[in-house]
Every structure is written in structure tokens, then in C-alpha cells.
Design a protein around this ligand. Structure first.
Ligand SMILES: Nc1ncnc2c1ncn2[C@@H]1O[C@H](COP(=O)(O)OP(=O)(O)OP(=O)(O)O)[C@@H](O)[C@H]1O
Ligand SMILES: [Mg+2]
Length: 410
């Protein structure tokens, strides 16, 4: 059995149920604001799942090498190693406002320190990665298949007090995400993502602050769910909003699983503005040929689970076709995962009432301009870092194709 916490307060208990499922029950006296998800209001009846755990509890469970590492380290002690075992390990330090602890355990969210600057200037390559996996794997309640960790950086905790910078004792949890890459599979992935996020920012999209390591080995990203007082905002990805399991993240359409769902859960007052942001993000993903824009790569953020929810900043943007030339979209648009033409993107925007054609066209033009500007940076970086030249060239070729097919009305 596990204890489930929201905003640092006890919300309920989760236990195994049946052969492979689980059941969650709120504490009888839980207030409505203790809800674990916008999809799971506080109620007397339990929430049961026949297989695994409900999407909000599965949302941050590590995938890929991080999960494998935790399995190897902890499976011996527990015998088997399922979702609940993984939740018990990483559940005290994960993204968003939900936490897990052992049956009788209080919640201790403290994460060890790690200087972000040290990661950014390190020349220790694989050695640093091994060191971090040793130290931070058990504090890394974060999904995704790329190798990554959650760390707590001292600099992020500095606040003004009495005219000088002091460390705030309020920041006990992780402040940054550090993403690495496997050279055999996705060479130069950090630089690839860095420039795609830069392009997104130039499109006017909100993007978390990010820094690329000097040798390109890692990307250090600020958590956008962290508040300035050290507490965390509500964060839910679109797998959760669609009640889908992580292994269903590639199923669905941009029309229903993303846009319609956003219209359902997003705050009314900002729906028009953020709908346009969503259109810009989807269109940018087509232009940069990001075939990995699946349900877990879109999310909402909120301060109050019963209050207004907003589209989260853009994250995990990558030109995937530079590694997988035949890659297609992760979700469908107009019934197909083939990259859409500019005309089809416009029709999508118009039919779904995202904006007038003129507004949508302006957005598309801005994406084109953002890519032109960012292309110069990619070229400059490739000159200074010859190891990136091939991937950089490939990215720009893909952006050209993306622009021709998905941004220009022929
Ligand atoms: N800046 C951020 N602040 C808070 N949460 C974030 C941020 N960036 C990403 N996330 C969350 O962390 C998860 C993993 O990050 P990300 O998508 O970048 O990893 P990935 O391994 O590249 O993913 P994928 O499996 O899609 O390739 C995201 O799904 C999202 O839930
Ligand atoms: Mg992702």
C-alpha cells in the first residue's frame, strides 16, 4: 500500500487490487482541493484499475534506461518490480504536485544538491552520467525514454534577503531536468532539442529556460512547474486528460485527443489565445519534422485543481527525421499521420474555430521567420562544434522540407 499526497498533504491510499490492478481511495475527510487530477474529483467511492495504476499515478514513472536502472537496483529487495514498486522509489520527487510515500512513511521531498554549472562545463562525459544516475535515479520521478534526471541546483534557490543573495530553505525538491543522449541512437540530441526550443521561443511560444552543456552532452532545463516559493504547480499530460496509459501515447488525433481535450479542460477566459498557441505548436512540430509530438509531450498547468488550467510551455521538441528519415507524426491529423500540407493545417485551424485564416497565416509566417533566424544559429554552432555539423546540416534540410510542405501554400 502507498500513501498519496497532493501539495504536501495526505490525499488517500493506493493498493494492489485483483491480479494486476490497483485501487485508490481518498481519505474520508479529504477536501475537494486534495484531488489528484482534474479527471479524478474527490469522492467516497474508490477508483479502480484492472491493469496497473491510473494515468495520473503512471504519468511520471520513468521509462527507458532510468526505469531499467531502478529495476536492477531495487528488484532484488522486492522480488518483483511493478508500477507500485517504482512509485514507492521515485514518488517523493516527481513532476507536478502529486507525491507517493510508503504505507506508514511521512513525506520527505528533499533532493540532494547538484550544481547545474558543473554539468554544463563538465568534460567528464560518460563519467558524469554514471555519477548522476547513481545519485539521482531514485529522485527522478520523470517519464520519457531519453536518459534524464531531476536535480536540485543551489543557484536556483538563491533569493534576495536584506540586500544580499541567500539560499532559500524553502527549496527542498528538484529544480531542474537534465537530459542526456545515447550517441549510438540519437547523436547530438541535446543540441537538436536546444535549437528546436529556441525556434519555438522565436514563434512567440512559452518555453522553459534551458542551457546546453559546453560539449553538447546535456541539456539543463528549468522546471516550469516550480513556483518561486519552492512549491509545485499542478501538471498533467494529455495521456492523463484522455485517460490513456503511457503505452497508448501514440494513439489519437490532434483534433480530439489534443485540441478538443484542451478545450474541455483549459480555462475559458484564455481558451482562444492558448488555442492559437496550440495551433502554432502543432504547426511548428510539422515544420521541424518532430515525429514525437505524442500525448505525453503536451500538458496543462494549474495552481488550483478546481481552478483555471492553462496550456503548459512547449517542451521536448526535436527534429526526429534527422535520425529516422521515414518518421511520421505521432498522432493523426485529418485521419492520417502523414505530414500535413499547409492547406490542411489551415483547414484544421479554421474548421476547429482556432482562428480566422488571416490570423493562422500570420502564425505560419512567423514560424517560417523563426526557422530562418534559428538556422543561422545552427550554422554558427556547427562551425564551432564540428561534431554537430552532420546533424546540424540534416536538421536544416529537414526544416526546408517542412517549410515547403507544411508552411507554404503552393
Ligand atoms: N521544463 C519542464 N518542467 C516540468 N516538466 C517537464 C519539463 N519538460 C518536460 N517535462 C515533463 O517531463 C517529461 C519528460 O521530458 P521529455 O518529454 O523532455 O523527455 P523525453 O525522454 O525526450 O520524452 P519522450 O519519451 O517523449 O522522447 C515530459 O513528458 C513532461 O511530463
Ligand atoms: Mg517527451
Amino acid at each position: 500500500m502507498l500513501r498519496i499526497w497532493t501539495d504536501g498533504k495526505l490525499a488517500g491510499n493506493l493498493d494492489r487490487y485483483g491480479e494486476r490492478g490497483s485501487t485508490f481511495v481518498y481519505k474520508p475527510d479529504a477536501a475537494a482541493e486534495r484531488a489528484v487530477s482534474v479527471t479524478m474529483p474527490v469522492r467516497l467511492a474508490s477508483w479502480q484499475t484492472a491493469f496497473g495504476v491510473t494515468p495520473i499515478f503512471e504519468m511520471n514513472l520513468p521509462e527507458g534506461p532510468l526505469r531499467e536502472r531502478l529495476r536492477l537496483a531495487f528488484a532484488k529487495a522486492t522480488g518483483t518490480f511493478g508500477d507500485l514498486d517504482l512509485m514507492a522509489i521515485v514518488g517523493r520527487s516527481q513532476l507536478g504536485r502529486v507525491r507517493f510515500s510508503g504505507e506508514d512513511a511521512e513525506l520527505d521531498e528533499t533532493v540532494p544538491f547538484q550544481s547545474a554549472d558543473e554539468i554544463l562545463s563538465s568534460r567528464r562525459g560518460g563519467e558524469l552520467y554514471r555519477l548522476l544516475i547513481e545519485k539521482f535515479a531514485a529522485y527522478s520521478g520523470i517519464s520519457g525514454v531519453q536518459p534524464k534526471f531531476l536535480v536540485r541546483d543551489r543557484q536556483a534557490m538563491a533569493v534576495e534577503a536584506g540586500g544580499r543573495r541567500v539560499l532559500s530553505p524553502l527549496f527542498r525538491g528538484a529544480t531542474h531536468i537534465v537530459k542526456f543522449w545515447d550517441p549510438a541512437e540519437f547523436p547530438q540530441l541535446a543540441a537538436n532539442e536546444f535549437f528546436c526550443l529556441n525556434a519555438a521561443e522565436r514563434c512567440g511560444l512559452r518555453v522553459p529556460a534551458r542551457r546546453l552543456a559546453e560539449d553538447g552532452s546535456a541539456l539543463v532545463i528549468d522546471r516550469f512547474d516550480l513556483r518561486s516559493d519552492g512549491t509545485y504547480r499542478g501538471f498533467e499530460d494529455f495521456c492523463v486528460l484522455n485517460a490513456r496509459r503511457t503505452d497508448e501515447k501514440y494513439s489519437g488525433s490532434y483534433e480530439t485527443a489534443i485540441l478538443k481535450r484542451f478545450q474541455q479542460f483549459g480555462a475559458q477566459a484564455t481558451l482562444a489565445e492558448e488555442g492559437l498557441e496550440l495551433f502554432t505548436l502543432i504547426t511548428l512540430n510539422c515544420a521541424i519534422r518532430n515525429g514525437d509530438a505524442h500525448l505525453k509531450n503536451f500538458a496543462i498547468l494549474y495552481d488550483d485543481v478546481e481552478g483555471d488550467a492553462h496550456l503548459a510551455p512547449a517542451y521536448d521538441l526535436i527534429t526526429t527525421t534527422v535520425y529516422l528519415p521515414r518518421d511520421r507524426m505521432a498522432l493523426t491529423l485529418n485521419g492520417t499521420s502523414l505530414w500535413p500540407s499547409a492547406k490542411n493545417l489551415l483547414l484544421f485551424g479554421e474548421k476547429r474555430s482556432i482562428g480566422a485564416p488571416k490570423t493562422l497565416l500570420e502564425r505560419m509566417e512567423r514560424i517560417g521567420d523563426a526557422l530562418s533566424e534559428t538556422a543561422k544559429d545552427v550554422e554558427g554552432y556547427a562551425k564551432a562544434h564540428p561534431e554537430f555539423a552532420e546533424i546540424g546540416r540534416g536538421m536544416l534540410e529537414q526544416w526546408e522540407i517542412g517549410r515547403r510542405e507544411s508552411l507554404s501554400l503552393k
